[in-house]
Design a protein around this ligand. Sequence first.
Ligand code: MSK
Length: 649
Amino acid sequence: MTTLREIKDITICESTAELLTKGRADSVSTVFDRADDIKPCPIGAQQACCKHCYMGPCRLSTKAPYEKVGVCGATIDVFQARGFGRAVAAGTAAHSDHGREMAELFLSVAKGENTDYQIRDTKKVYTMAGYLGIATEGREFNDIAVEVGEACLALFSQQHGHIKFLERAPKKTFQRWADLGILPRGVDREVVEMMHRTTMGVDQDYKNIVLGSARCALADGWGGSMVSTGLSDALFGTPSPVTAEVDLGVLDEKRVNIVVNGHEPHVLDMIVRMSEDPAMIAKAKALGAEGINVVGMCCSGNEQLVRRGLNHAGNFVMADAAIITGIVDAIMVDVQCIMMGLSTISKCYHTKFVTTNYRCKVEGAEHVEFNGEHGAMETGKKLVELAIDNYKNRDKAKIKAPSKKEKMVGGFSHEAINYMLGGSFRGSYNPLNENIINGKIRGVVGVVGCNNPRVKHDWVHVELVKELLKNDILVVQTGCSALALAKLGFMQPEAAEKYCGPGLREVCAAVGIPPVLHSGACVDNSRILEAVCEMVAAGGLGNELADLPIAGAAPEYMSEKAIAIGHYFVASGALVAFGVTFPYTPNTKFADYIFNEIENDLGGKWAFEPDPYAMAKLIIDHIDKKREALGINVAKERVLFDMEARRQL
Ligand code: MSK
């Protein structure tokens, strides 16, 4: 019989703990319990197993001297590289299939074939046209939008040349990719090629596979993900600072509660809009509810949080806890990070578990197919009605409504950061760079990624961020990680006073921003690429992305998508630190390459460190090394100008 962890060892999130305690009393099994029940396979965890042909599966010893090889003769380094390459391909495919869906939706709207959605940010369309080299002068907006949509869609199946958005990178970074021969052609081509190269009897040079994976990952960050973020901004608005509330306390016992869990912003957008329809509200009221409450969960929720201030219930591992409240009338899911266990747990309560995407059906779930291009409004209504009808089935004996929620400010797209720093007339990254050069801000770190039930929920994210803030490092966030910090108040401007070193505190107070900036969903990590390009362009911090005092971290990751994201940041020149676990065998040539030598090729490198304090230290050391190389490691003395000096300036 498995011994389950005590709740206090599972999570630092009060509302999750409260509901998990109730869940145990209700005898339901959650993702955390299953993590206790199933121990990870030690051979698989170290990627010392290859099952890509049927002469095996081959399992190698994870102890030096690694003399044993697979039936085909492949070494442990090739085993690891193959597994790594396939994870990158899978992550790239996930972001990019989502990006393609956004491109198709955008195109249907631009062509006037789909009136259920509108293009809300026309400026973004012009900006994207500029990046894609599409002429705008003297042309009708709709013609430009159609050409932008078609050009974005074409990036997926492009066979030659390179993905145009890569030209947004600094020239030196672009040249590094060109010299290595890893400029990605089209997204689909790179995914297919990586699957081919890692099949039996093809690429058997671990470095060549890792560099091939970099090409694939770049197609994700600078291709599929960038298309997704850009066109979603065009359709639903580019994020700018907005307030919202987060945590399970956003569920309202008196209203019909709909939780939307997944990654497709158009599904959630439509459900929110339909829930605001007076006829729907009247229907809910007729059944005794005070109204309809739609909240996000994981990443489509993040997208709508940073765009319209939609309240958010929490990160993806909190979906079980949400259902255990007994007041979720429907949980509606689309794609990615949807746990099959939700189907089982929802049956223990009155909650309807509804799948909406043909790619993601779950045994035991009700399926209502949502097609953004055809009948979206009608399906949106049907979904809301389904939740309303289920309100009457609540079991009063099983209800425990949580009250904890926190206020936050989110919506920091790179455009919003530009505006906040420089104002609408002279928006610029110069003030950020100046504060990095004068040492008030030591560096910038993206803390992103998932939660993993094998470690204490949210704890690693929070402790890492605390250490970074204390050391004057500005934190940018996306995905489930962002929600961990938001739930504890780190996304309020007042948090600067409480958690930051003196330099960062001063900058945050002057600009009026929180020290932890929420930029959106996991697919929106491309916004961080955009921001770091702006930093190089603003000047004073080197000539390529690898020169910047920046880093990335995914301290509680669990998804292959995170590996793809991590690798596109490494390939773009950043140090990327992952926690929990990492699919490698220590002291092998593969390990030495990805953690050290790869820096000579790509400018960035990987690090693995499960302890948040040790992770913070290695990140800070890296940032200091970059500051030293830039000659800005010593904080410059402040010079006070008198009036005459100001006039001369
Ligand atoms: S949802 S990929 S658990 S961030 Fe984007 Fe969260 Fe990670 Fe899924």
